[in-house]
Design a protein around this ligand. Structure first.
Ligand SMILES: NC(=O)c1ccc[n+]([C@@H]2O[C@H](COP(=O)([O-])OP(=O)(O)OC[C@H]3O[C@@H](n4cnc5c(N)ncnc54)[C@H](O)[C@@H]3O)[C@@H](O)[C@H]2O)c1
Length: 305
């Protein structure tokens, strides 16, 4: 198949809340052809991954419960099928590395839905940090408190979810810290509260502090923040009015504040669409996939495993 000549045909595995949203975003982009869908709970859909792979799509979009991601992604990659997977790609660095190695061996494009990289406010904050204008970054503060918890039972089963709020929400904070600061901490300290999976976690990765939770008395739907304080100034992204979707980015200097990015910004399906665009352009394995292992290794250190 010549990917540059035709639109890639995609299969969709798992069509719950996120799977449906990513399918809609890719369909609206027109970049790919929507092929078969597999979800045992969905009437009219295929019942299994094997049946989906039989249809020989060019790529599959995985949005199943987290424990299934690695095994399903590897099964597709070993058949030469590209993968876009929901986070977390694996429940540990070892599991994540196995998937990345399978993508490398098959030379297939592997994407993970680390969706906040595609939010304009976080992208601009990163550009400001990396321009060097803030001087040395002295402290980072990243927060994701969700006043609700997940509404599906599997999220509370450590085997099925791989953990609680850290692997669910903290993964985004770790990814943003690594992506923005190229963070490679010497020291990782953490405190996790809750059973059988953590509902609240705080961590220090050298000079960067992380906090995330489910079901916290946040006084609003969510508190989401990434602030980077440098020797010459700071940049801060915060959600607006407790929103899960609206973010403002500000440059801070002494007591003054300059707004750099205001909502709205329709970012939710952008990571998926970006993967579809790269697949349509004929891209194979990208070395950026190694960052997924780096993030997973930091998750392991926060979990103390
Ligand atoms: N990128 C993000 O910011 C983001 C946000 C929310 C959730 N997620 C991730 O998305 C994934 C799905 O979350 P969700 O809230 O949509 O869950 P969900 O429970 O709504 O959806 C999962 C779907 O997978 C289906 N499924 C289960 N086993 C299957 C199998 N073997 N084959 C095919 N389908 C199967 C279920 O029937 C269900 O429809 C999770 O891993 C979660 O961490 C990512």
């Amino acid at each position: 198949m010549s990917l540059t000549a035709t639109r890639p045909r995609l299969g969709f595995l798992g069509l719950g809340w996120v799977g449906r949203s990513r399918l809609d975003a890719i369909a609206a982009s027109g970049l790919a052809e929507i092929g078969a869908i597999a979800d045992p709970a969905l009437p009219g859909a295929l019942g299994s991954l094997d049946e989906l792979l039989e249809a020989a799509p060019d790529g599959i979009v995985i949005a199943t419960p987290s424990a299934l991601h690695a095994e399903q992604a590897i099964a597709a990659l070993e058949r030469g099928i590209a993968v876009f997977c929901q986070k977390p790609l694996g429940r540990s660095a070892t599991e994540t590395r196995t998937v990345v190695d399978a993508a490398r061996a098959a030379d297939r494009l592997l994407g993970v839905d680390l969706s906040y990289r595609f939010v304009e406010a976080f992208r601009v904050a990163r550009d400001v940090v990396r321009s060097g204008e803030l001087g040395e970054i002295l402290a980072g503060d990243l927060v994701f408190h969700n006043a609700y918890g997940p509404d599906k039972e599997w999220f509370y089963d450590p085997e099925l979810a791989g953990g609680g709020c850290v692997i669910d929400l903290g993964v985004h904070l770790i990814d943003l810290a690594v992506w923005t600061l190229d963070l490679d901490p010497v020291e990782v300290r953490s405190r996790l509260r809750g059973h059988p999976v953590e509902q609240l976690a705080t961590a220090e990765l050298d000079h960067v502090r992380l906090a995330c939770s489910w079901n916290l008395h946040a006084g609003r739907d969510a508190v989401i923040e990434a602030s980077f304080y440098g020797s010459n100034g700071a940049v801060s992204v915060r959600n607006v009015n407790g929103s899960f979707y609206d973010f403002r980015c500000e440059r801070l200097c002494g007591t003054s504040t300059e707004v750099l990015v205001e909502p709205p910004d329709n970012w939710a399906g952008r990571a998926a669409v970006d993967w579809a665009r790269r697949l349509a352009a004929g891209e194979g394995f990208g070395a950026d996939a190694d960052e997924y292992v780096r993030v997973a290794a930091l998750l392991d250190r926060i979990y103390g495993r």
